[in-house]
Design a protein around this ligand. Structure first.
Ligand code: SF4
Length: 375
C-alpha cells in the first residue's frame, strides 16, 4: 500500500496542473468539454464519449477579460473568460455555461464574441426546481444538451451509457465524501490545503482514475491512528481553494471538520438518482433535492439551518464564511446565515476572497483573532 504522502502528491499534481491534464486527455485522442459552474450535467458529456473538464477559473491577474466584464464581476467569470481569451483552453470542443446567475448569463455573449474557436452549450434549468413542471422543463432542456453533445462527439449515448456515467460520477462523489469524513480525523497528515487539492483534482481528467486514487487515499488514512488536533471549523461559500487562504488556516491550526462549499461537499452530497426508464430525468431530481447553496433558488433560505446543523454535528468551534467578492447570490444569503448562527450561538468569521487577490494580510489577522476567540 502506498503511503498518504505519495497518493496526495498525485492528487495535488492533478489539481495544480489542469492544462497538463487537458493535454493528456487530448493526446489520448479524446474530446474534452469545458464545464462551468454550477450543476451542468457532466455525466452526459461522458455518456456521449467525451471528457468533462472543470472550469472554475484560476487564481491569476486578468487583463483581457476586463474588456468584456466590468471590474465588479466575480473572479470566477473573469478568470474563466481570461483563460479562454488568452488561448489557455485551446483544444476544448465546447464549453457548457449554466445560466445560474447574472454574471454567468453574461458569459455566453462575451465568450461567443471573444473566444470564437470554442462553441458554447447553454445549460438552462428551472428556477422553480422542486415542482413537477420545473423538473419536466429541466429534463427537456438537458435532452437538448445531450443532442448537442452527441453532435460534437459523433456518438449517440444510449440509456445504458447515461446510467453507467451517472454511476461512475456517483462513485466518485461517494469516495470524495468518505475522504471529507476521514480528513478531520487525520489532521497530522491532511492539511486544509491538501484537503482542498484532493477535492479540486476531481474536476480535471479521468474521473475513474480520480475515484481509484481517492479510494486508495481513504484506505491509507483508515489504516492510520486518528489525530484530531486543531480548531475544528466549518467552511461555507462558493469556493475555498485559494492556496494562500488554506495556508493561513493551516498556520493557525484550523481543521475543516465539514464544509458547505458549492465546489466541495454541496456538489458531492447529492448523487444523481438512477432512473432506468428515463435517465436524463435523474438530473432534474438531483437539482430539486439539492440544498445548502446560494446558487439554487432557496426561498426559505434552508441553507442557514443546514449550516447550523452541519456545524453542530461536526462539533465545530465556529463557521468560516468564505465570501466570493462580487457574488450577488452569496451576499443575499449572508444576513439569514448570520442571524441563524447568532441565534444558535455559533461564532462566525466572515472573510472575502477573490481570485485576483494578492494581499492576504487582513485575512491572516482576522483568522488569528477568530482562533483566539473560539479556542
Ligand atoms: S461566484 Fe457568484 S456571481 Fe460568480 S459565477 Fe458564481 S454565483 Fe455567479
Amino acid at each position: 500500500m502506498r503511503d498518504v504522502k505519495e497518493i496526495l502528491k498525485d492528487l495535488t499534481w492533478i489539481a495544480d496542473n489542469p492544462r497538463a491534464c487537458l493535454d493528456e486527455v487530448l493526446a489520448e485522442g479524446k474530446k474534452a468539454v469545458g464545464v462551468m459552474p454550477y450543476y451542468a450535467p457532466e455525466e452526459l458529456v461522458y455518456a456521449a464519449g467525451m471528457v468533462p473538464f472543470g472550469l472554475w477559473g484560476a487564481d491569476m491577474a486578468v487583463s483581457a477579460s476586463r474588456q468584456y466584464f466590468p471590474a465588479f464581476y466575480c473572479g470566477i467569470v473573469h478568470t474563466i473568460l481570461e483563460l479562454g481569451l488568452t488561448g489557455k483552453l485551446s483544444g476544448l470542443s465546447a464549453v457548457m455555461i449554466p445560466l445560474t446567475c447574472d454574471s454567468l448569463k453574461g458569459m455566453g455573449a462575451n465568450w461567443k464574441y471573444g473566444v470564437k474557436t470554442i462553441p458554447i452549450i447553454d445549460v438552462p434549468y428551472a428556477q422553480n426546481r422542486k415542482i413537477e413542471a420545473g423538473k419536466a422543463f429541466t429534463t427537456a432542456k438537458y435532452r437538448e444538451i445531450l443532442e448537442k453533445l452527441e453532435s460534437i462527439s459523433g456518438k449517440k449515448a444510449t440509456d445504458e451509457d447515461i446510467l453507467a456515467a451517472i454511476r461512475l460520477f456517483n462513485e466518485n462523489r461517494a469516495a470524495c465524501l468518505e475522504f471529507v469524513r476521514l480528513a478531520p480525523k487525520h489532521t497530522d497528515v491532511i492539511s486544509a490545503l491538501a484537503r482542498s487539492r484532493v477535492l479540486k483534482s476531481r474536476t480535471f481528467g479521468d474521473r475513474a482514475r480520480h475515484t481509484a486514487l481517492v479510494r486508495e487515499l481513504n484506505e491509507a488514512l483508515a489504516a492510520l491512528p486518528e489525530c484530531t488536533k486543531g480548531v475544528p471549523v466549518v467552511t461555507t461559500g462558493i469556493l475555498a481553494d485559494s492556496s494562500e487562504l488554506m495556508n493561513i488556516l493551516d498556520e493557525n491550526g484550523y481543521v475543516i471538520a465539514a464544509d458547505q462549499v458549492a465546489y466541495e461537499s454541496v456538489e458531492l452530497r447529492y448523487p444523481v438518482p438512477e432512473v432506468p426508464a428515463d435517465p436524463v430525468s435523474g438530473f432534474a431530481v438531483r437539482l430539486a433535492e439539492t440544498e445548502g447553496t446560494s446558487v439554487l433558488y432557496d426561498p426559505g433560505k434552508k441553507r442557514a439551518a443546514d449550516l447550523k446543523d452541519l456545524a453542530k454535528e461536526a462539533g465545530a468551534a465556529g463557521v468560516i464564511w468564505v465570501g466570493t467578492k462580487f457574488c450577488d447570490p452569496e451576499e443575499f444569503d449572508y444576513v439569514p446565515v448570520k442571524k441563524v448562527l447568532e441565534e444558535a450561538d455559533i461564532p462566525l468569521l466572515t472573510l472575502e476572497v477573490d481570485r485576483q487577490m494578492v494581499n492576504f494580510e487582513q485575512i491572516r489577522t482576522a483568522a488569528e483573532a477568530f482562533k483566539d476567540a473560539v479556542q
